[in-house]
Design a protein around this ligand. Sequence first.
Ligand SMILES: [Fe+2]
Ligand SMILES: [Fe+2]
Length: 195
Amino acid sequence: MDTDYIKNWLKENLTPERYVHSIGTAGCAVELARMYSLDEEKAYVAGLLHDCAKCKTKEELQDIVRHKLNDMDPQELKTSKILHAPIGAFVARDSFGIKDAEILSSIRWHTIGKPDMSTFESIIFLADKIEPSRGNAEFREKILKILEENRGRKGLKKALFLCFQATVKSLAERKLPIFPITIETYNELLESQNE
Ligand SMILES: [Fe+2]
Ligand SMILES: [Fe+2]
């Protein structure tokens, strides 16, 4: 995988902030991949590409959905902010030739989540939330501490639970709809906290 090509493309197609966030997520994904003995190059590529569709216009996103995607939840279609995840997976496959199922699904589910995320999907999800340019050092340290103190899947489930707890709370406070799959993920993680 030609990561220099990907980086140049991102630089040209994303805002400077989104580019920095993507590089940060890729770096963080490598850190986490090392912790869980996963393929670091794959993690780097998934981190780089996770937001590759983020700067497309609402019209461009809807056009791709209409013509190219058929596995969308009807509710997902209503929320243009999160469309960049399924479309990002499509762009990664279609424009960058990514065939790896783990990379594609980690991009696909990095916004709304899904129950029983694989270790690879989980580390990309977390890297997106804790990469340094997000500027939330306290949350980043908290998540890293959880992962260090609880090795394996247990730590991932604990860290993911914190993320979903914050997401559900924030959506409810802002009177925004919560996707059924996000609630299912929250419930699954909640149940796993006492295992
Ligand atoms: Fe995203
Ligand atoms: Fe992101």
